[in-house]
Design a binder for this molecule. Sequence first.
Ligand SMILES: Nc1ncnc2c1ncn2[C@@H]1O[C@H](COP(=O)(O)OP(=O)(O)O)[C@@H](O)[C@H]1O
Ligand SMILES: [Mg+2]
Length: 605
Amino acid sequence: MIKKLMQSVREYKRDSILTPVLVSLEVILECFIPFVMAELIDYINPPEVLATRAFYFLPHLVGTPMVVTGVLQYAALLVAMAVLSLLFGMGSGWFCANAAQGFARNLRADMYASVQRFSFANIDKFSTSSLVTRLTTDVSRLEMSYMVIIRLAVRCPLMLVSSLTMAFMTSVRVAWVFAVVVPLLAVGAYVLFKKVHKLFTRVFKKYDRLNRTVQENVRGMRVVKAYVREDYEINKFNAASDDIAKDFTKAERVIALHHPVVMFAIYLCMLLVAVLGAIVVVRSNAGEYLTGTLTTGGLMSMVTYVMQILMSLNMVSMCVMMIAMSSASADRVTEVLNEEPTIVAPQDAVMHVEDGSIQFEDVTFRYSSEAQKDALTHINLKIPSGAVVGVLGGTGSAKTTLVQLIPRLYDVTEGSVKVGGVDVRNYDLQVLRDKVAMVLQKNVLFSGTVAENLRWGNPNATDEELRQACRLAQADGFVESFPEGYDRFIDQGGVNVSGGQRQRLCIARALLKNPKILILDDSTSAVDTKTDALIREGFNAYIPEVTKIIIAQRIASVQDADMIIMMDNGHIDAVGTHEELLATNAIYQEVYASQNKVNGGESHE
Ligand SMILES: Nc1ncnc2c1ncn2[C@@H]1O[C@H](COP(=O)(O)OP(=O)(O)O)[C@@H](O)[C@H]1O
Ligand SMILES: [Mg+2]
């Protein structure tokens, strides 16, 4: 998992390595500053011990062993160290920000690329809202913990260890205080960590649920309004939000409690060290010890080390918590990265579609291995190139499922589907899908102009070709009535055109692919019957060689077809022309009778 995620670091490797290196240098300097400070204090304090100090030679180097010169030189050294440590700190912060941002950016890009390779079956597995959360919230969380890992997780333990070392080097007699306090605090931090971690894990799960509610609601805002469900939705949202707030408050309370306790421990420790240290200093000065003496400066640096040790101990536990919290995010992100597209083209893919003939050979299909039953069973079908085929059947009879196999949006479970005499699994995916144009039942337009949307079908289409396709789809009339014509802007999801207009634009978009097979999945359901008939007439007149498969609710839409397929509960009930089915098929007769009784009545899915 870690290895998979690290692949997204790429060009930010340099920054990711520089950050911990600089941070280490910063820490080392920070630990030496109190030490030099102690030297400075002792330099001016008891002159007798002067000769024993490490930096005694410094003033002599300049030649004037005057006390003031010495002080100035210590000061210069201290300033230099402080400035250097500042520079290292700033540098590590700079590289850290670069590295984390870059990592997150690459991670998002990698996930996005992975999602783009998804087949319909892959998409079925992840819900849309979960993919959105993974691409946004989860990546942000990983970015945060990446920063923690390359900076704080290096800084704090290193600070802890080097401060402890320095403290023991300064005075073993005093430093044993840490041997008592540090383990105590570590245990405390661990207990706290367990508690908060549990709370946060729960909060994040609830966050996902909240995200889902929000996305569902905002996307379905029109439906919510139409059903006057605003109050219900507001209550639902507030309940979810309150729930999170409660858990968060609990977690924050524990954390809030933590800070004063840590500060108390720090001051207590300082006090202990100060008192104990003072005693040791007095006795040292009185010459009571042969070894392990402590000077006033040493005592001062000890107090600083107390602060550094306990602060970094505290931060270590925070780091562990942050990292643990993002481990769920890491799981969710790698899941997307590792998802193998279920549909890929073979190595030596066929790059040419001969004609628009279609053949189903004993096809059985199941949406997923967990699905209860087969969506299609034993389908055998032969459609010659250029035929007009109607598909009828009740809602859920697997009409959509049947035609989705032709452009290989899903793979058959058993049997085979052939287009132009070649199994669809042998084609290059783009070649196949360019030649098999399908207008999906749940069609969508993207935000952009009408012309941009149409050019999804063919990026190189000329303006004349756009107009021609729109004429065939009966979309030219309303597009030209827009003041901006083909430059009319379509809002996200195509909400500023009517359902029937959107359907016709989608048909035009499919026509621009210049396909050999055109599949319309209930694509004229929102178009009036007259326009519907005009579209079909246009097809027969202008693109007679294209195989046309028309899924419809109205018998009138398929009456003139060369063959009509009656679907029922995942299998083909009957195949024939209008006359044949009217004579022999019970379901067909029934549908025909009901639709004619109410005078070409329309039923919608
Ligand atoms: N993506 C999917 N995952 C699982 N089951 C599905 C999916 N799409 C459709 N189904 C199921 O397959 C059956 C046929 O659906 P569908 O082909 O959409 O029917 P129709 O287009 O005739 O209304 C239904 O029982 C439906 O619940
Ligand atoms: Mg359908």
